[in-house]
Design a protein around this ligand. Sequence first.
Ligand code: SF4
Ligand code: FES
Length: 250
Amino acid sequence: MNLTLKIWRQAGPDEKGQFVNYPVENVSPDSSFLEMLDVLNEKLIAEGNEPVAFDHDCREGICGMCSLYINGRPHGPDSAITTCQLHMRKFKDGDTVTIEPWRARPFPVIKDLIVDRSAFDEIIQAGGYVSIKTLGTLPDANAIPIPKINADLAMDAASCIGCGACVAACKNASAMLFVSAKVSQFALLPQGRVEAKIRVQNMVSKMDELGFGNCTNTYACEAECPKEIKVTNIARMNREFFAAKVCAEK
Ligand code: SF4
Ligand code: FES
């Protein structure tokens, strides 16, 4: 396939960015999207030009690094996959493919297609962990009976890879799908209940402080999430938050 790539180039966080067109030829439909960008970069380097900066690590849909906005959709035209799992057979010969970084104020561009997603780390540091001492003092986790439905829902929530597609997809740059997945994976299990009230309040308040917007129920986050995290997690987080606030005021 021969394609035209329309790629966002931006030299640094404070530089003005612009789209630059790159023709690419003889692209195999079986190559992955990132392999196609690798070939482009090898060509740019061979010609003495600056390669396109983009994030990636595992290339297996696990790490959540490959944050690209492709033809107006986070992670491209397929559903329930990350950019690294996208293959060129999803495009047609002669297509123009527009490639942008995530667009959200809390995710500032570092260079070209790479954004700073450390805001997510700050939210996790605000409460996305269990801090109670367990070693030698409590029964083993697998000795505590847990209803299967809760175990399944917690596992589903824990599959969030922190990619940020939910924020990029949302017109409000809301992080509520991400935060609610992290709140839910603990709230559904007895080990997480101990700190549930303080956790949800701290994580939500950090999310607000960092400038993420509110949820207005468009479901764009759920539609674009590569791990199919459900918006029912947002409803659970809201219930947890409300209950924590009511108890705190009693
Ligand atoms: S909820 Fe989905 S889209 Fe959002 S960070 Fe987690 S995996 Fe990515
Ligand atoms: S590179 Fe790790 S999820 Fe895509």
